[in-house]
Design a binder for this molecule. Structure first.
Ligand code: AMP
Ligand code: GLY
Length: 299
């Protein structure tokens, strides 16, 4: 392998590109579209947007790229992996169908429930009345998750009945048929596992990382997409990590294969360690940002 294309523009893609450059097998790394900070590091940039699947495929062909690695979720949910594979190009990431694990929270909850993989109890609703009923059933605090790609902003945790009522009134006034996943609140500590999954199964589980999600001191503020991260996560025992891999990660990979939508790429499992053991909070289908920036330098 000589030439690698990384798709994305942020610090995560910078860390990915630098990790590839450290490999003896890699001679050149192109990032599309990349950012200004990258050119100082011997990385090449190509002015193709992450959503321009045709442009990305043309770039990979024109540059005779040996491997493409997708950094961010948007092209994955648009089907960049399917487009590249159809053209006979090597690319690392999930197909559009498998990327639903991040793109659709209702899809994910269906898979988790159907295969008895531990996660918060939930209901997917599409109207105000059903949403109110779910709030009454699950009690407070409660978690609202908008279906679809949220870029870190689709999850709202509310702690009072007034907040819940206001949230639902606002949402269903704007979008009367909004698809909402309503979840019971999981108490515990969070960590993330990044599993690199090839066509023959898991290649490796990267060192654990944890990001700082909520604004303000003592985690009192609203959720963000992650404002910083650290790795390794030393407070977590090897046993609990393995338990999460055995009970959450591997069964999900097996379930996706059974569903006819096998997963390849980076499976990011967001885990809540509860009193009842580890449970899935969410999946992403690519490295975390900013977690990649602290995980990848360890390679
Ligand atoms: P994300 O889905 O990455 O945007 O972030 C959602 C964040 O909301 C998670 O990292 C948790 O901190 C929190 N969260 C999501 N679901 C739950 C839940 N059921 N119980 C408690 N906290 C949750
Ligand atoms: N840091 C969280 C994420 O990448 O979604």
């Amino acid at each position: 392998m000589k030439k690698v294309l990384v798709i994305g523009a942020g610090a995560r893609e910078h860390a990915l590109a630098q990790a590839f450059l450290r490999s003896e097998q890699v001679e050149q790394v192109i990032v599309a579209p990349g950012n200004d900070g990258m050119t100082d590091d011997g990385l090449r940039r190509a002015a193709v947007a992450v959503t321009d699947l045709q442009g990305l495929r043309d770039l990979a062909v024109a540059e005779a790229v040996d491997l493409t690695f997708v950094g961010n979720e948007e092209p994955l949910t648009l089907g960049v992996v399917d487009a590249f594979r159809q053209a006979g190009l090597q690319i690392f990431g999930p197909t559009q169908a498998a990327a639903q694990l991040e793109g659709s929270k209702s899809f994910t909850k269906r898979i988790l429930d159907q295969y008895n993989i531990p996660t918060a109890q939930s209901r997917t609703v599409t109207n105000h009345t059903a949403a109110q009923a779910a709030v009454t059933e699950f009690g407070l605090p409660i978690v609202f998750k908008l279906d679809g790609l949220a870029l870190g902003k689709g999850v709202t945790i509310v702690t009072t009945a007034t907040q819940a009522a206001d949230y639902l009134t606002d949402l269903y006034t704007r979008q009367p048929e909004a698809k909402l996943v309503i979840e019971s609140y999981l108490d515990g500590v969070e960590f993330s596992i990044f599993s690199l999954v090839g066509q023959d199964g898991v290649v490796t589980h990267a060192p654990l990382a944890q990001d700082h999600k909520r604004r303000f001191d003592q985690d009192k503020g609203p959720n963000t997409g992650g404002m910083g991260a650290y790795s390794p996560v030393r407070w977590l025992s090897a046993e609990v990590r393995q338990q999460a891999i055995d009970t959450l990660v591997m069964p999900t990979i097996a379930a996706m294969a059974k569903e006819g939508t096998p997963f390849t790429g980076v499976l990011y499992t967001g885990v809540m360690l509860t009193a009842e053991g580890p449970k899935v909070i969410e999946f992403n289908v690519r490295f975390g940002d900013p977690e990649a920036q602290v995980v990848l330098p360890q390679y």
